[in-house]
Structures are given as structure tokens and as C-alpha cells.
Design a protein around this ligand. Structure first.
Ligand code: LLP
Length: 416
């Protein structure tokens, strides 16, 4: 489904008028569709059919507790990378037994909390981390269930900043040395190896790298079985891409079908950690045109959202589609660079866009449900945007706009 469609010349989120939302809550404003979030998670879940599986939504993608709560209610598990994300999952009513904990450097306090609440699995990324988890588990007299995140050295063919499965990335352990680390792990008193983990990158638009990675993971699993290490699950990470403009990522069911075909009826549990493919196209960022500033060289439209609200274009040169909420029909389009109020030349959300603009117009930045708000900052002491969840004809404020007190209240001047 596309939850954002035009009705009577104006863009709606489900049955809610975006002009009305902008008037009520101000801009910049993130707006998410509950139905779209649910539908995308369910598409993953259903594609597995009878294969034992768990779809762990990657919390970093969009971690508002209302988003997590909606997914928890339909049975989602969660992939977390910090205690902060764990606390969000718990407050959102998520089941800790469906939580996997990724990330290259889990702190002892984070490990302790995760053991206390009883998460499903730690995805270990190095020998040093294995030792740290053993130590904390021993102190608590608990057994830590673990997977080792292996680096299958597969080229995900995506932006270098979000490619994670190559030998020169910081993530995981070399798949060739993984058997030794599993042997070692199995000898630890408070560690129980239960799975293999890998995640090769994000915004993948082809199936082949996923299948290649799975092939290598299955070979490792076979080798471990020979060594007497029986595993309960394979965690294949996230990474399925979405359409921002003209990309043609595989459909969710095609992607899962390709994984299942490679598994060839092996009844092992499969965990996946999708983020973007669930939340990306379930959200938009609304922003208002402040000024038009045509120059001899270029046309700038200065909008009230900036790189601090949505950093993807500045950080990865990502293309985010930007459309008018109520398009004009008088046919005087021009090319505009859509730039924010932050004092950086890199502060743009789109360049050279064909739009028919006037000051005061409302624009929607599409595909902003993933890695939008979660990567927002207070740079230039700008309060972060409010967030809304639309559910049919209802709109819920799920995070109020920050106030200046929110921003400055944690600081203090020295008294002398
Ligand atoms: N699992 C692990 C271990 C991850 O590191 C990630 C994302 C995911 C799952 C979810 O991946 P997804 O299904 O969303 O591709 N900020 C960047 C994306 C960074 C992705 C980091 N890891 C962006 O805006 O494109």
C-alpha cells in the first residue's frame, strides 16, 4: 500500500489531510502511517510460511515508542544496538525474549541489563566482546545466549557508508576464523552459542548478495555441526532496500523466497532484522517553504527543515523525493535547490527539483520514515521536529516538538 496519496488535489496520510496536520502541529513534522508499518512487517512475517522465523525490526531505523508498540502488538521482535534501544522496546511493550542485541561494543552495564531482562541473543562481533559477555554473565550467574556475527566478505553493492559485510569493514569476525571462536565460546562456562549472525549492508536492491551470504553462513553451520556445535537459528540481518526514486528493489516475498530456496527445507529458525523496508515508505517529513531566493546562478527555496532534521542527503548524497502537498496546476515549474536554514553549504534536502513553488507552500519529503528522526540532531540549537502517527482518520502526536528548555535545560554555567 502507499499510505500517502492525493485526494481532491491534496496529499493525505491514510485519511488525514497533511495541510491540516501542518497547521495543527507546525513544521517540520514527521508523519507515519500505522497501517503501512503493520503491512510491511506482516509481509515479512507471512512470506516465511511454515519456516520457523522471527522478524526483528531494527529499532535504529525509527525508534519512537509508538512505532515499536504498534509492531510489538502484532508480534514483532526487535534488533537493538544499545541499552537505550532496549529501554525503548521494554517501554513500548516489546517482549525481551524476542530481542537480539547487535553492535560492535556493548558496554558491561548494557550487557547486564540485557541479561537481567532475558533477551533472545547477543550478536557478538569480536573475541574481546565474547570475553566481556562471559565475564558479566558469570558475575550475574546467568548463561548468555550468543551468535557470532560473521563477515562473509560479500559486496552488498550499496553506498560505502552503509556496506558492512566486506573484509575491510569494522563489523563481525572473518567467517574463516569463526569456527575457532565458536569452539572457544562453547568452552566458556556462561556462554551458550545458539546461532550465526550476519548483516551485509543496507539499501540493497539485489537479491544475490543476500543469497551469497546465506550460502557462506550455511557452509559455516555445516562445519560447526561437524565440530559438535549445534545451532538453533540463523540471523541474516536486515538490508532490503526500498524505492526512493527509480530503484527497483526486490519485493519482500521474492527476497524471503530466495532465502527459503537456499535453505532447502532445513527447519532451522531464521531471524531477520529489517528496518528501512518496514519504516522507510511509511513516513514523510513535512516542511514549509520560508523564502524563495532566485539568484542569477540558481534558484534556492529555503525550507524550514534542515540537515539536522534529515541528514541523509547531506551525509550520503541520498536522493529523497520531494513533492508539493497541494500542487499548483498553473504550469510554471522551475528548478529549485531545497535548502535548510542551517549554516552549512551541505544543508540541502534536494537539488535541482522541478517544482512550482511559492513562499508558504507545504512540501512532503517522501521515504522519511527510516533513518529520519532517529538521525536528527539539535545542530544550530534547533528543536527536533514533532512526530505524528496516523491511524485511519485519526492523528496521534507521538512526540511533541522540543522546547528551548528541552534543549538547554541539561546545561549549566560554572558559578565562579
Ligand atoms: N541489522 C543490523 C546489524 C544493522 O546494522 C542494520 C542497519 C539493520 C539490521 C537494519 O538495516 P536495514 O534493513 O534498515 O537496511 N543510516 C543509513 C542506514 C544505516 C544502516 C545501519 N544498519 C541510511 O540512512 O541509509
Amino acid at each position: 500500500m502507499n499510505p500517502f496519496s492525493y485526494q481532491n488535489g491534496t496529499l493525505m496520510a491514510e485519511a488525514v489531510d497533511l495541510q491540516h496536520l501542518a497547521k495543527t502541529y507546525g513544521t517540520p513534522l514527521y508523519v507515519y502511517s500505522r497501517a503501512a508499518l503493520e503491512e510491511r512487517w506482516q509481509a515479512f512475517d507471512q512470506a516465511f510460511g511454515a519456516q520457523p522465523h522471527l522478524v526483528c525490526y531494527a529499532v535504529k531505523t525509527n525508534s519512537n515508542i509508538a512505532v515499536l508498540n504498534v509492531l510489538a502488538k502484532i508480534g514483532a521482535g526487535f534488533d537493538i544496538v544499545s541499552q537505550g534501544e532496549l529501554e525503548r522496546v521494554l517501554r513500548a511493550g516489546g517482549d525481551p525474549k524476542k530481542v537480539v542485541f547487535s553492535g560492535v561494543a556493548k558496554q558491561p552495564a548494557e550487557i547486564k541489563r540485557a541479561l537481567e531482562v532475558g533477551i533472545r541473543c547477543f550478536n557478538i562481533e569480536s573475541h574481546a566482546e565474547l570475553e566481556r559477555i562471559q565475564e558479566v554473565a558469570q558475575q550475574l550467574n546467568k548463561i548468555a545466549p550468543i551468535s557470532i556475527r560473521v563477515n562473509p566478505d560479500v559486496d552488498a553493492k550499496t553506498h560505502p557508508y552503509i556496506s558492512t559485510g566486506l573484509k575491510d569493514n569494522k563489523f563481525g569476525v572473518d567467517i574463516n576464523t569463526a569456527p575457532e571462536l565458536y569452539q572457544l565460546a562453547a568452552q566458556h562456562s556462561h556462554i551458550q552459542p545458539i546461532g550465526i549472525d550476519c548483516h551485509i549492508g543496507s539499501q540493497l536492491t539485489e537479491i544475490k548478495p543476500f543469497v551469497d551470504a546465506l550460502e557462506r553462513v550455511l557452509a559455516l553451520k555445516a562445519q560447526l555441526t561437524q565440530q559438535g556445535i549445534e545451532l538453533h537459528h540463523l540471523d541474516l540481518g536486515g538490508g532490503l532496500g526500498i524505492q526512493y526514486t527509480d530503484e527497483t528493489p526486490p519485493a519482500i516475498n521474492e527476497y524471503i523466497a530466495a532465502l527459503l530456496a537456499k535453505l532447502n527445507d532445513t527447519q532451522i529458525e531464521v531471524i531477520i532484522e529489517p528496518g528501512r523496508a518496514i519504516a522507510g515508505n511509511a513516513g514523510v517529513l513535512l516542511t514549509q517553504v520560508e523564502f524563495l531566493k532566485p539568484t542569477a546562478h540558481k534558484n534556492f527555496a529555503i525550507i524550514d527543515a534542515a540537515m539536522n532534521d534529515l541528514i541523509r542527503p547531506a551525509l550520503y548524497q541520498s536522493f529523497m523525493d520531494i513533492i508539493a502537498v497541494t500542487p499548483r496546476t498553473d504550469g510554471s515549474d522551475a528548478q529549485w535547490d531545497l535548502v535548510g536554514p542551517v549554516c552549512e553549504t551541505g544543508d540541502f534536502l534536494g537539488k535541482g527539483r522541478n517544482l512550482n513553488l511559492k513562499a508558504g507552500d507545504l512540501l512532503a519529503v517522501k521515504s522519511a520514515g527510516a533513518y529520519g528522526f532517529t538521525m536528527a540532531s539539535n545542530y544550530n540549537t534547533r528543536p527536533r521536529a514533532a512526530e505524528i502517527m496516523v491511524d485511519g482518520a485519526e492523528a496521534h502526536l507521538i512526540r511533541r516538538r522540543e522546547t528551548y528548555d528541552d534543549l538547554i535545560g541539561l546545561e549549566s554555567v560554572i558559578t565562579e
